[in-house]
Design a protein around this ligand. Structure first.
Ligand SMILES: Cc1ncc(COP(=O)(O)O)c(C=O)c1O
Length: 398
C-alpha cells in the first residue's frame, strides 16, 4: 500500500471504493500518477473535465480572477457571476439563473423553486415525481429524489415529497400525478445508473402531460449538459424545453459550481427565499464563463457528436468481435458497453494496467465520458486498449 493510500485509510471517511492510483497531474485528455505513469482519461472526473485537464482558458481566467477578487458576499454585484448568467441565458431556453456549488445543491434548489411555485400557483402542491434508477445527488432530499434503493436504504426515514416511478413509462407518471404534484424531475439520459436512454417520445409525452396539468418539468442536465450529448443541452435533441434545468459538473472546467436555470414564469424566488455563501463566487464564475465561451466558440458539442459517432462505431466493432458484449448505447460522448456477466471491475483493472481510465457504472457495464475535446486518435488508442483488455478477460474466463 502506498503512503497516500495509508493516509486515506487512516484519515479519510470510508465513502469511496477507490482505484489504487494516486493522480498528481493532468493535461488535456491525460493524467499522470505519482510514479510518472501516463493514462488516457475516459472518466474525466465523472464527466466534469469537458475541456480536458487544466484547460489553458480556464487556467488563465482563474489565475486572473484570484489576483483580482476571490470572494464577496452576494449582497454585492460581481461581474463574473453576471457575465456567466447572461451567457447561459443567451444560449439556452431559460431566462434566469442562480448559482450554487454542486449538482446536488442545484437540484435541491430546483426542487425548492418548484415547491415555491406549487405554493404560489398550484394550491400548495409540493410533490415531485422522479424516475427509478435516476441519480440526483447525495443530500438527504436528493437521495429521496434518486430512485435507487441502495442510496436510500442507509438513511431511512427520508424527507417526504418525492415519488419514484418507473423510468420510460408515461403511464407511471400519469398515475402518480395528483393534486399534490408540483413537478416532474428527470435526467434526459440517465447517466449514473448505466447510460439509459429515453424511449422515443417519452420526453415529449412527459412535457405534454406537465403542460396539460400545469405542473413544472425539471430537467437535471448535470451530466448531459454543456455539450456532452453532442448539443449544448440534451433537451435540444428531444424537441422539448424544461421549465427548470440544473447544471453542474462541466460548467466551470473543473472548478466546483452548480446552477439552477428557470423560465421567467417559474422563477418565483423572492429575496431571502434562497441563497448561498459561495454560490456565484467570482473565481468559479470566471472559470464558468471561460469554459462556456470556449465550448460555444469552438463547437465542442459538435466535436462530441462527431467523435462520439466514431467511438460508437468502434464499440460496435468490439461487439461483433466479443459476443459477451450485449449492448452499446449512449449519445455523444456519454457511452456505455454492457456485458453478459459481471466483468466490469476486471475490465477497469485490465484497462488501467494498459493506460486507460474507464468507469464501472454497473457490475456488468462500463461507462465512457471522456473530455469533449478528444479526437479520433484518442478514441483509436482507447479502442485498442479496450480490445486488448477484453481479450485478456476472455482468455482469463476461458
Ligand atoms: C445527473 C446528476 N445529477 C446530480 C448529480 C450530483 O452532482 P454532485 O455530485 O455535484 O452533487 C450527478 C452526479 O453524478 C449527476 O450525474
Amino acid at each position: 500500500m502506498s503512503h497516500w493510500q495509508e493516509l486515506e485509510q487512516k484519515y479519510y471517511m470510508n465513502t469511496f471504493k477507490r482505484i489504487p492510483l494516486t493522480l498528481v497531474r493532468g493535461q488535456g485528455a491525460r493524467v499522470w500518477d505519482e510514479d510518472g505513469r501516463q493514462y488516457l482519461d475516459f472518466v474525466a472526473g465523472w464527466a466534469v473535465n469537458n475541456l480536458g485537464h487544466c484547460p489553458p482558458v480556464v487556467v488563465e481566467a482563474v489565475t486572473e480572477q484570484v489576483q483580482t477578487l476571490i470572494q464577496t458576499s452576494n449582497q454585492f454585484y460581481t461581474i463574473p457571476q453576471l457575465r456567466l448568467a447572461e451567457l447561459l441565458v443567451q444560449n439556452s431556453c431559460l431566462d434566469k439563473v442562480f448559482f450554487c456549488n454542486s449538482g446536488a445543491e442545484a437540484n435541491e434548489g430546483a426542487v425548492k423553486l418548484a415547491r415555491r411555485y406549487g405554493q404560489l400557483h398550484l394550491n400548495g402542491a409540493f410533490e415531485v415525481i422522479t424516475a427509478m434508477s435516476s441519480f440526483h445527488g447525495r443530500t438527504l432530499a436528493m437521495v429521496a429524489a434518486t430512485g435507487q434503493v441502495k442510496f436510500q436504504k442507509p438513511y431511512i426515514p427520508l424527507p417526504t415529497g418525492f415519488v419514484n416511478v418507473e423510468y420510460n413509462s408515461i403511464e407511471a407518471i400519469k398515475t402518480a400525478t395528483t393534486e399534490r404534484t408540483c413537478a416532474v424531475m428527470l435526467e434526459p439520459v440517465q447517466g449514473e445508473s448505466g447510460v439509459n436512454l429515453p424511449d422515443d417520445n417519452y420526453l415529449t409525452t412527459v412535457r405534454a402531460w406537465c403542460d396539460g396539468k400545469g405542473i413544472l418539468l425539471i430537467l437535471d442536465e448535470i451530466q448531459t449538459g454543456l455539450g456532452r450529448l453532442g448539443t449544448l443541452f440534451a433537451y435540444e435533441q428531444y424537441g422539448i424545453e424544461p421549465d427548470i434545468m440544473s447544471l453542474a459538473k462541466g460548467l466551470a472546467g473543473g472548478i466546483p459550481i452548480g446552477a439552477i436555470l428557470a423560465k421567467d414564469r417559474a422563477s418565483v424566488f423572492t429575496p431571502g427565499e434562497h441563497g448561498s455563501t459561495f454560490g456565484g463566487n467570482p473565481v468559479a464564475c470566471a472559470a464558468g464563463y471561460a469554459t462556456l465561451k470556449f465550448i460555444l466558440d469552438n463547437d465542442i458539442a459538435g466535436n462530441a457528436r462527431r467523435v462520439g459517432e466514431y467511438f460508437t462505431t468502434g464499440l460496435e466493432g468490439l461487439r461483433e468481435k466479443f459476443p459477451f458484449i450485449t449492448d452499446v448505447r449512449g449519445r455523444g460522448l456519454l457511452l456505455a458497453l454492457e456485458f453478459s456477466s459481471d466483468i466490469a471491475d476486471s475490465l477497469v483493472t485490465a484497462c488501467l494496467e494498459r493506460g486507460l481510465l474507464v468507469n464501472r457504472v454497473k457490475p456488468n457495464a462500463l461507462r465512457f465520458m471522456p473530455p469533449l475535446i478528444i479526437g479520433k486518435e484518442e478514441v483509436d488508442e482507447a479502442l485498442g486498449i479496450l480490445d486488448s483488455a477484453l481479450v485478456s478477460i476472455n482468455q482469463g474466463s476461458a
